[in-house]
Design a protein around this ligand. Structure first.
Ligand SMILES: O=c1ccn([C@H]2C[C@H](O)[C@@H](CO)O2)c(=O)[nH]1
Ligand SMILES: [Zn+2]
Length: 135
């Protein structure tokens, strides 16, 4: 599957977003090395702090199906932003740990603007497991 096809998957995922509070829909599509694609959408809650972003939904769904770091080929995310969507800090942290440093990340919008980056480039000087004191 090429990048444009993965973007189309992210757009399809976006249509499943549950956003009664922000009405801001985001979709993500996580391509695995075996060709499988996991969709993610943002899922909101009346307790606003419990809202989950599209990017994390996609990764958590993949992990729930037994996939792990090393199994992923590319992540695409689409939002209704003027420019390519910018993942929030929480998602950058999760994308980095679960996707790995080199994971290609394609950020886009409904106008076709595309920014191609990587998990590590999206979170410089990241905190990670290597920073935890081991007992
Ligand atoms: O990259 C992003 C940015 C925002 N959101 C969601 C969180 C919330 O539901 C809504 C508004 O912030 O958009 C995502 O899912 N991904
Ligand atoms: Zn986020």
């Amino acid at each position: 599957m090429n990048t444009q096809q993965l973007i189309e998957e992210a757009k399809a995922a976006r249509l499943k977003a549950y956003t009664p509070y922000s009405n801001f829909k985001v979709g993500a599509a996580l391509l695995c090395n075996d060709g499988k694609v996991f969709h993610g959408c943002n899922v909101e809650n009346a307790a606003y702090g419990l809202c989950n972003c599209a990017e994390r939904t996609a990764f958590f769904s993949a992990f729930a199906h037994g996939y792990k770091q090393g199994d992923f080929a590319r992540l695409a995310v689409v939002g209704e932003t003027d420019g390519p969507i910018a993942p929030c800090g929480a998602c950058r942290q999760v994308i980095l740990e679960l996707g790995g440093n080199e994971l290609p990340v394609v950020l886009t919008n409904l106008h076709g603007d595309v920014f191609e980056t990587t998990a590590a480039a999206q979170l410089p000087n990241a905190f990670g497991g290597q920073d935890l004191k081991k007992k």
